[in-house]
Design a protein around this ligand. Structure first.
Ligand code: SAM
Length: 236
């Protein structure tokens, strides 16, 4: 494990302290109040979301691929959510069957995964058909000038906070088959301008339009019976 990753994990809570105080914690609380049923949180980090899950959550599973983060997450979960299952796994390769969860939570993770489209496909796969993705992610800005600055500064962002600040995450979600059900464009509090553009919201798997049914089963049965009767009586 690289020293940089260990350092990042050891200082993560400190790095976010001001942002949390100035609004990030409130954003987490508002988002996670919507989590319900069997919940999976990907990239759980140090467990900053643990305090915000409500009784509507019937089971909680947390995944985290980074060993240093995982140790912290396990410790935190033991205290704040002792019944939670904590597993080591990247979002691109989730060790769960299809249709396992009612809610998947991703906060400040899709900026960080190695393969964003693949992670989004995996989230969709493990969600039940009516399940919801709850997300809070810093993203590429809508303003062209800011987006250019994000492209210029991304190398630095990668070095300091180990993630990309210029990802078109909303596009990836939509291209990955998600339909947005709530979306707020906001800012990550106390972050440098190139890390500020943030999206918070929810999405469900878009239902592909299937072939239109010509008739209901009852009508179809009636039509068959009609044809049989006509055949028997010679009316056809
Ligand atoms: C900025 S931290 C966010 C932590 C936490 N979700 C939060 O809201 O504070 C990014 C997290 O994503 C994790 N991560 C990195 N690569 C990942 C991947 N491929 N799949 C899932 N999580 C990943 C990191 O180890 C880290 O814990």
């Amino acid at each position: 494990m690289s020293i940089r990753r260990r350092f990042f994990a050891a200082t993560y809570d400190r790095q976010l302290r001001r942002a949390e105080k100035c609004g990030l914690t409130d954003m987490r609380r508002g988002l996670l109040a919507q989590a319900a049923g069997d919940v999976l949180e990907i990239g759980g980090g140090t467990g900053a979301n643990l305090a915000h899950y409500q009784p509507a959550v019937t089971s909680l599973t947390l995944t985290e691929p980074d060993g240093s983060m995982l140790k912290r997450l396990e410790r935190h979960a033991q205290q704040a959510a002792p019944s939670a299952l904590v597993l080591r796994a990247p979002a691109e390769d989730l060790p769960f069957d299809d249709d396992t969860f009612d809610t998947v939570v991703s906060t400040l993770v899709l900026c960080r995964v190695d393969d964003q489209p693949r992670a989004v496909r995996e989230i969709r796969r493990v969600l039940r058909p009516e399940g919801r993705l709850l997300f809070l992610e810093h993203v590429r800005g809508a303003d062209a000038k800011l987006a250019k600055k994000q492209d210029r500064m991304n190398w630095l962002n990668r070095v300091v906070v180990c993630c990309d600040c210029n990802r078109p995450t909303l596009d990836t979600l939509e291209q990955g088959g998600f339909r947005l059900t709530a979306l707020e464009h906001t800012e990550l509090p106390k972050a440098p301008s190139f890390v500020r553009p943030t999206i918070v919201g929810s999405a469900v798997a878009a239902v592909a339009a299937g072939p239109a049914r010509v008739a209901s089963p009852d009508k179809e049965l009636a039509a068959v019976m009609d044809a049989v009767m006509k055949g028997m009586t010679g009316d056809a």
